[in-house]
Design a protein around this ligand. Sequence first.
Ligand code: AP5
Length: 208
Amino acid sequence: MRMIFIGPPGAGKGTQAARLVDRYAIPHISTGDMFRAAVKNGTPLGKKAAEYMNAGKLVPDEVTIGLVRERIAQDDAKEGFLLDGFPRTVPQAEALKEALAADGVSLDAVLLLEVDDQLIVDRIVGRRSDPETGTIYHLQFNPPPAEIMDRLVHRKDDTEEACRARLDAYHAQTAPLVPFYDAEGLLKRVDGVGKPDQVTERIVAALA
Ligand code: AP5
C-alpha cells in the first residue's frame, strides 16, 4: 500500500499515521520528523530547514524532493509507505509521481484529513510530544501522564503566530493538491474532527 496524508498543520496526520503503519505494515515517512531530526543533529540540511520551519514556511522544493526520493528508495519502503507531510506543493506531487513511475509503481490512495482552521490553532498550541517514545499528546484533548510532564517537548513552530503562517502556507501552496489528486481519482476525504479512534475508523473505512 502506497499512500499519502495531506491536511492542514495539526489535522492529526502524525497521530493517525502512528496507528495506520501497524495495521498496514508500512513505514511512516514524515518529512517534518526528518527535518526535525536534521535540526537536532545540527546537519547542514537541518541548519537550512530550521529557518523556514521556525517561520512557518515551507522548506524549498529542491531540498525536500531530494530527501524524499532517497528515503522511498530504501528497502523498507519498496513494498509500500505512508508519506506524512509530503507532497506539500504541486511540484513535489509531480516529482513523486515521476519517481514512482520510474519504478513502475503508483500511489494507491491520498487521504485528506479535514479540520477547520480555528480548531487547528487550539490543537497546535496545546501539543506536546514525548522525545523518548515519540507519542503525541495534547494538554487538553489527550493529556500526558503527570510523571512525564518534565520531559515533554513543545515544538518551536507550535506558537499561535507560526501556526497562522503554516495555515497560510497550507491554503496557498498545499490546498491545490486537493484538485490535483481528485483529478487522478485518488483522493479520499476524511473528517478529522472527533475522537482519534473515530477518525481512525473513518480512515480504515475510506481505504476499504
Ligand atoms: P510537519 O511536521 O509535517 O507539520 P504539519 O504538517 O504542520 O503537521 P503537524 O505535525 O503540525 O500536525 P499533524 O497533522 O501531524 O497533527 P498531530 O497528529 O501532531 O512539518 C513541519 C514543518 O516542516 C513545516 O512547517 C515545513 O517548514 C517543513 N516541512 C515538512 N514537510 C515539508 C514539505 N513536504 N515541503 C516543505 N516543507 C516541509 O496532532 C496535532 C495535535 O492535535 C496533537 O496535540 C494531538 O494530540 C491533537 N489531536 C490529534 N488528533 C486529534 C483529535 N482527533 N481530536 C483532538 N485532538 C487531536
